[in-house]
Design a binder for this molecule. Structure first.
Ligand code: CA
Length: 672
């Protein structure tokens, strides 16, 4: 996530500059850590044969009221109940019967003052805009066949090919041919076509061959008014309100609490039926509101970190940061992701600004999720957006990922080295002819592990190996943040001869580096058809006219789509690109001694990782001129050449002196 996600959020330079001292690093000095915690599975709402039971964790409350309603908003309470103080900082109330269809809120008496009503922090169903929690029968929300529903089985995270998407980007454009535009249900529609008759929607994902979609925030967030959906609204959704309920604007009826639950499950089921897993983007690091967040209205102060002067610390650059180092918050994160995995069958989690969380929390997250389903994987942004009171050595940073064996981090190394710096639009990278990035691209190729032929001291961003194994790194050249690849290439490749056809070659080369590198490949939706975002750097609240994918581009850029499809097929068919340990990479991945700038050549040897190919030769030429390389004599199949790629082969060569076309990859393979 970048600074300034919200129209109202302002990055305070002070937070970065202050170098906030560690006010409460350890429980001894932290008054909040003296409070009792509660980790039972019955928090807030349980409906069973005994009735409808409520249990709110509000350890500092002087009194708690529960209010019942007939609707999700704008109606008076039908009942107000005083809750009873119970064990471990909780307050309880039990009502007879199963109150399905009713809504409820809590409010607490804090220092003699009644705070505003809140649906609590564990609302699993909510009315429009998430103001009131709803009591629904979850069993009735399950699509047919849900009990047997499973995501794809995965041995290792780097067997995944991740496609990041926003619901609205993917389906809202008229050219999508999709009925449920911008909705969860968009991904359940088979047979949708672009005006030119090419597959869109879920059929497009199947054709492309990705294994997982990573959906941008799909929990209930704040910035889109769910009561006014007739007016087009757009937001990425990094402004969480209710962490355990789906976002209403992606449902066909936000006012009906069961609809969003049921429709999100239908989406997951449809993707699973297509063999595609679902990764959720989760944003536990901050909340949309401060004093009026659901956290603050139930346990004021507890869930957040503060500066010594009592103000909110702000490592998220969005106004606050949560405190995963406190037990109730740590348990909350763990229980929340487990809930999504169990109730919605989610297959992976991407943690926004993960370094705001501590490494211990992230390790427990990964461990607990593996118990639910061993195929689930976890990755995140190994950085913060500002300073934090959490000591650096405890942060789930990229540089600390060696302490988190089952967690992966995004590689900003490969990202910036391949295409140029993310924040400097005109800066070029390896594929656009800028010399000096070769060693950092190699850092990406070896999955950020230690390798005898990589000189880490020449790394642009990191200067020592941070991943113990390549399974701990996510390789990418663009995502929802910053200029997407097409726009980045248009803003940096501005020479007279640099038209879109040259830029498409650069995009192919960039993604070829990503998809052949050790680690897990990740791409942003629409890059396969060379879509753009009109040059907008931070499109978090830009209109559909900027963010929506125009599916007519699929016909216009059919060659680009075919290249991506073949590239993904190549990776999936060949385990040599998916080694799981640093030792294997060091043994089987051998760089050739080439000295020219913007040229890298290496081999994957020894039938690496059980590959049918004995040796794969991978050569990248990021210069705008032809290069010559020496390849050992042998019976080589040409896999990629001059901007074309076919996983089954384009032809053959005997090796020797070979030319590598400008801005392209040459990939060769031999079986003996
Ligand atoms: Ca919402």
């Amino acid at each position: 996530m970048n600074f300034q996600r919200f129209c109202t959020g302002v990055m305070t330079a002070g937070a970065l500059a202050a170098g906030c001292p560690t006010a409460f690093a350890d429980t001894m000095n932290d008054p909040y850590s003296q409070l009792p915690t509660y980790n039972g599975s019955d928090l807030e709402l349980t409906v069973d044969n005994a009735g409808t039971r409520f249990r709110l964790w509000a350890p500092t409350a002087q009194a708690v009221k529960l209010r019942l309603y007939d609707t999700g908003r704008n109606t008076p309470a039908t009942d107000t109940i005083d809750m009873t103080r119970a064990e471990s900082g909780t307050w309880t109330a039990t009502l007879p019967g199963q109150l399905y269809g009713k809504f409820y809120t809590f409010s607490i008496l804090d220092n003699g003052k009644w705070l505003a009503e809140t649906p609590g922090v564990w609302a699993k169903a909510v009315g429009a805009n998430g103001d009131r929690a709803a009591i629904i029968d979850f069993a009735a929300t399950n699509p047919q066949g849900w009990e047997a529903d499973r995501g794809p089985e995965l041995k290792h995270i780097n067997d995944a090919v991740i496609y990041e998407m926003h619901h609205r980007d993917f389906s809202v454009h008229p050219s999508s041919g999709i009925v449920n535009k911008g909705k969860f249900l968009a991904l359940t529609e088979p047979g949708t076509k672009s005006p030119e008759g090419l597959a869109t929607g879920i059929d497009h994902l199947k054709e492309l061959g990705v294994t997982h979609v990573h959906i941008l925030p799909s929990y209930d967030y704040s910035s889109v008014d769910e009561t006014n959906l007739a007016t087009p609204q757009y937001n990425w959704g990094y402004d969480p309100v209710n962490y355990n309920a789906p976002e209403g604007s992606y449902s066909t009826n936000p006012a009906d609490p069961a609809t969003r639950v049921s429709e999100m499950k239908q989406m997951v089921k449809a993707l699973h039926d297509a063999g595609i897993g679902v990764v959720m983007d989760v944003v536990y690091n901050h909340t949309a509101r401060n004093d009026n967040s659901n956290f603050s209205l139930t346990a004021p102060g507890y869930y957040y970190r503060h500066r010594p002067d009592g103000s909110y610390s702000n490592a998220s650059a969005c106004g606050n940061e949560t405190a995963s180092d406190r037990q109730q918050m740590r348990d909350y994160i763990i229980n929340s992701v487990k809930y999504w995995a169990e109730e919605y069958h989610i297959d992976g989690f991407r943690f926004d600004l993960m370094a705001i969380h501590d490494t211990e929390t992230m390790n427990q997250v990964a461990e607990e999720l593996k118990k639910v389903n061993p195929s689930i994987f976890v990755y995140g942004e190994g950085w913060t957006a500002g300073d934090s009171p959490l000591p650096i050595e405890r942060r789930a940073l990229k540089d600390n990922v060696w302490m988190m064996p089952d967690v992966a981090v995004f590689s900003d190394d490969i990202r910036d080295a391949v295409k140029g710096h993310y924040s400097n639009a005109s800066d070029r990278g390896f594929v656009t002819g800028k010399p000096g990035n070769e060693e950092t691209v190699k850092i990406g190729i070896v999955g950020a592990t230690a390798h005898p032929q990589v000189d880490w001291s020449k790394g642009n961003n990191s200067t020592k190996p941070y991943a113990k194994n390549p399974t701990q790194v996510i390789n990418y050249v663009s995502c929802h943040d910053d200029l997407m690849l097409t726009d980045k290439l248009r803003k940096s490749m501005t020479g007279e001869a640099e038209n879109d056809s040259v830029r498409q070659r650069a995009a192919r080369l960039a993604q070829t580096i990503v998809f052949t590198s050790q680690g897990t490949p990740f791409m942003w939706c629409g890059e396969e058809i060379f879509r753009d975002k009109k040059g907008v750097h931070n499109s978090f609240c830009s209109p559909d006219s900027v963010n929506a994918i125009d599916w007519s581009l699929k016909a216009a850029n059919a060659d680009q789509m075919e290249y991506y499809r073949q590239l993904i097929a190549l990776r999936k068919a060949h385990p040599a690109f998916r080694m799981t340990t640093a030792e294997e990479v060091a043994r089987n991945l051998v760089f050739d001694n080439v000295k020219e700038p913007n040229l890298i050549s290496y081999s994957l040897k020894n039938n690496a990782n059980g590959d049918e190919w004995k040796e794969i030769k991978v050569i990248f030429n990021g210069a705008d001129s032809e290069r010559t390389v020496n390849v050992a004599k042998g019976n080589w199949t040409i896999i990629a050449q001059d901007g074309k790629l076919n996983a089954e082969g384009l032809g053959t060569t005997r090796g020797g002196k070979l030319s590598v076309a400008p801005t392209s990859a040459l990939i060769l393979a031999r079986t003996k």
